[in-house]
Structure formats: C-alpha cells, structure tokens
Design a protein around this ligand. Sequence first.
Ligand code: UDP
Ligand code: MG
Length: 344
Amino acid sequence: MSLISVIAPCFNEQETLPELYRQVTERVESSGHDLELVLVDDGSRDRTPELIEQLSIDDPRVRGVKLSRNFGHEAAIEAGLHEATGDAVVIMDADLQDSPNALLEMITAWEEGADVAYAVRTKRKEGAVLRAAFSGFYRLAGRMMSIELPTDAGPFSLMSRPVVDTLNEMPEHHRYFPGLRAFAGFTQVPIVVERDERLAGETKYSFRKRTAGALNAIMSFSKLPLRAVITLGLISAALSIAGGLYVLIARLSGAGAAPGWASIIVVVLLLAGVQLTTLGIVGEYIGKIYDEVRKRPTFIVSQRFSEEARAQTASRRPAHRGRVEVGEGAEEVTAPGAQPVERR
Ligand code: UDP
Ligand code: MG
C-alpha cells in the first residue's frame, strides 16, 4: 500500500470543493492506497480558504495550503508539488473537469511501472473558438518546441516520486507544467479521457491569461522566434543588396533613373518594421532572463492549515531566504504569524 497525493489548485472554487473531496476520497479509497489531498488555495476571494481549512480539520488526510495572494495556476501546481509527500502524485483541476474516474486508470498504470500517466483529452466540451485555439496552439507548439509535447495533454496526470523530485529541482521561473513534465522523461503513458464540463462556477482563465500562457509555453521550450529573426534579417539584407545593385546599374546605364522616393520610403518602412519586431522578440526573451536572475519566489505560502502538516514541513524545511541568521539563533524576518517565504 502506497501513499497517493492528489493536488488540486483552487481559485474561487467554493461550489466544487465539497464534491471534489467526496469523489477523490472515494476513488482513491477504492484503489486500496492511502490518500493525501493537497488543496492549494491560490488567493481565492470567496469562501475557498475557509472550506479548505474545515476539510483539513475534519479529515487529517487533507493538507491545506494557502498562498499569500493569487499567483496563477502554474504557481499553485508548483506549490502543491513541493507540499506533496506521496509515492505518486496526481495533479487535477478543482472543478472536476478532470474526471476522477481516470484516477484509477492512472494508478493502475503506475502500479504497472509507468512513471508518468498523463491524460489526453478527447471531446473537449469548451466552445468552438476555444477548441480551435487549443488545437492551433498544440500544432504550433509541436512544430516549434525543442521537446516532444503530447497533443492535448494538460496538467492532469500522475507522476512517480522520482519525477516529482526532478520537477521540484527545476529552478525556472516561467513554468509550463505539461512541457516540464514531458522534458523530465522517464516512462510516460498516455491515458485517454473525456474532458468534462466544469461542475460549477466559471473558468478562471481570461483570454489574456490564456494567450500569455500559450506564448510563455512556446518561449520556454523554443528559441525558434529568435532564429526566425535571423532568417528575416538575412532575407531583408539580401533584398537590400539586390535592390541596391539594381539602382546602381540603372543609374550608371542612364536608364530609368527616376527620382523614386516612394520606393525609398517603402524600403525604409519595411526595414523599420522588421527591426522593431526583432527588438520586440529579443526583448521578450531578455525580460524572461531578467525574471530568472531576480530569483523572486514563484509562490509564497502564507498558511498551512493542518497542524500536522505544519510540523512536518517545519522539520524538513531547508535553510531559506525567509530567515536570517543572527548570532546564535535564527530570526524571523516575516511578519509575526506569517510563514516565511518558501524555497529558493
Ligand atoms: N486556478 C488557479 N489559479 C488561477 C486560475 C485557475 O489555481 O489563477 C485553478 C482553478 O481553480 C482550477 C484550475 O486552476 O482548479 C483550472 O482553472 P479553470 O478551470 O478556470 O481553467 P479551464 O479549465 O477553464 O482551462
Ligand atoms: Mg476548468
């Protein structure tokens, strides 16, 4: 019998949490393994933290973690991965779009030796526009990324302890979890699941957040935009040389030496456009580098709900930036009552 951790990032999920708890506990119990349910509150503004606290008081298997503000889905997943102690760790959405029935299949795959069992979604129940956007993203990502990203595989997956440890050691700031998971390797097995509709509430992703996420995903695994810029530069240089030669020959032969400032303006504008685009792309990557060197934490834990979880993590917590050593003893630099900044 092993310990299975199930991590669910929760942002304003008060309507779905009780049902999530019910279904997850039931499925994992029927698998015959022990359960640890890690509920990460990602700065919710509804009653989600209270519900998580209550669940963790009522059931010691629930480990409630509260982030100090909304850090986003990826950060909440990362926080959960650092918190989970299981032999196998499952990531699933709190809105029950990731069908708990697939949990059992994933656990079976893991028992049979898989290190990663990831859900591949069929029959998305989102609208037509969103579905087209998702398929466009996977096609583009498949072409551009330096890793093999499985199509239509989101965060929903089970990972063995070695894979989780590997992911936890990856220090990068801009995270795209399905990409990092594919990058990690080990034995990966796809599990085909239907993506259900959200049980209650609305999607927590705006169009802007989704676009930013897709761009970030591609940029964290592809240098292709930078290379494309080189090609663009070479092409425009070749064009300029050809144009220059043409003008020179026309001038010397005395034929067609019209004033032609229109063509000059066109070329100038074209080049200015190419240069600005280039600068923009380079700037995006520099921005990412800036974020990486600043090394700000990707998430901050403000509270752990169960006493037991708190005691355990305190004992395995390494030296970190939230504390400064003053003479003999260690002094907290964070506000009284708050947990110090987690990791890095
Ligand atoms: N989520 C989060 N922080 C956020 C946005 C979303 O923790 O800033 C969680 C949310 O509670 C849910 C999961 O991430 O458990 C997926 O979000 P959502 O269902 O809104 O996305 P969709 O399924 O529509 O892509
Ligand atoms: Mg959802």
